[in-house]
Design a protein around this ligand. Structure first.
Ligand SMILES: [Zn+2]
Length: 324
């Protein structure tokens, strides 16, 4: 915001200087006031979509390194190839404005229409209470270790290894449960006989696939977590695509990658399964968007089904400095 307020200050003072000079202008010998970038800001090539759905992703292009603001909050920067991704919360209000500031006196605002979503509320019984909450010392220790592993996986912010944001399905099979519904679970503990309830929002997209189905990278990136046995998630892989976007895969029967490994779009990562807290074999695929400007928070999950509908976005070569 500093760059923006400095720019405004210059713009206003420049305008006032011109206004004061105007009354003495009739003299033909009046000095010619040079037109500067302050009075006529340099134009900037940049683009953002006109609309986005709640839970979706805005992909904009612009000058490499430009600051990107979401409703006046700095959230990320254009990457080296001139692409930025901005996550949209499921509760995102109308009136979304993305501002791109080249840090060279050029600023563009994009007012984006936010389409509302309507997510179902579901009631599910038969919950295994002993699985839902860690109760024994062994379970608690396992859950605590899993939490630390996941926190480390989310703490890394990798640069993109691909030059466009374009997602493909991570497994061959039908979708079985969408992103977004709120689930009210109820059940009974086998250990104590006590009943339990839990409310959660489904933050991923489920695919109905048999155990052993190939898990493929929906977009290239860098592995930041690969663990065969997390407490809730079972076999799990985190794949950081860059731009703050990280894919999470759960309930895997095989984990065949290592943290730090880079993978290409479509590369096999492991196999789907029925591990962790599941009610049957399936793949749970979640995508979290994190502001790469970390002062803007830890981010939130967005809807993978929307990502699969995004047009491929590539930065236009003619508006880029070929510094790479
Ligand atoms: Zn799921």
């Amino acid at each position: 915001m500093i760059a923006r307020s400095v720019f405004l200050t210059f713009a206003i003072s420049g305008f006032m200087a011109m206004a004061q000079a105007a009354p003495s202008a009739p003299s033909p010998k009046a000095p010619i006031v040079p037109v500067t970038d302050v009075d006529m800001p340099v134009t900037m090539q940049a683009s953002c979509p006109a609309q986005v759905k709640q839970g979706g992703l805005v992909v904009c292009t612009g000058p490499a390194g430009a600051s990107v603001y979401k409703n006046a909050e700095l959230v990320t920067h254009m990457d080296a190839s001139g692409i930025a991704a901005i996550g949209i919360e499921t509760s995102e209000p109308e009136g979304l404005r993305i501002s791109i500031d080249s840090d060279a006196g050029a600023m563009r605002d994009f007012d984006i229409q936010v389409e509302p979503r309507t997510d179902e509320i579901r009631y599910l019984s038969g919950l295994d209470c002993d699985k839902v909450d860690a109760r024994t010392e062994d379970q608690k220790a396992h859950a605590a270790r899993s939490w630390e592993t996941k926190a480390a996986g989310f703490a890394r912010y990798e640069a993109p290894t691909v030059d466009a944001i374009y997602f493909a399905k991570p497994a061959s099979g039908p979708f079985s449960s969408p992103f977004g519904p709120k689930r009210h679970y109820s059940g009974t503990s086998k250990a104590t006989g006590a009943s339990c309830t839990k409310v959660s929002v489904h933050r991923g997209l489920d695919m109905a696939v048999a155990t052993g189905t190939d898990l493929l990278a929906p977009l290239g990136g860098t592995i930041t977590l690969a663990d065969p046995d997390l407490y809730y998630e079972g076999g799990a892989i985190f794949l950081d695509h860059g731009w703050g976007l990280i894919s999470v895969f759960m309930h895997l029967s095989a984990v065949d990658v290592e943290p730090g490994q880079t993978v290409k779009t479509g590369e096999r990562l492991g196999a789907t399964g029925n591990t962790g807290r599941t009610t049957g074999p399936h793949l749970h695929w979640a995508v979290k968007w994190r502001p790469t400007e970390k002062s803007a928070g830890d981010g939130f999950y967005i809807d993978p089904a929307i990502l699969l509908t995004l047009e491929e976005v590539r930065a236009d070569g003619d508006e880029q400095d070929t510094t790479d």
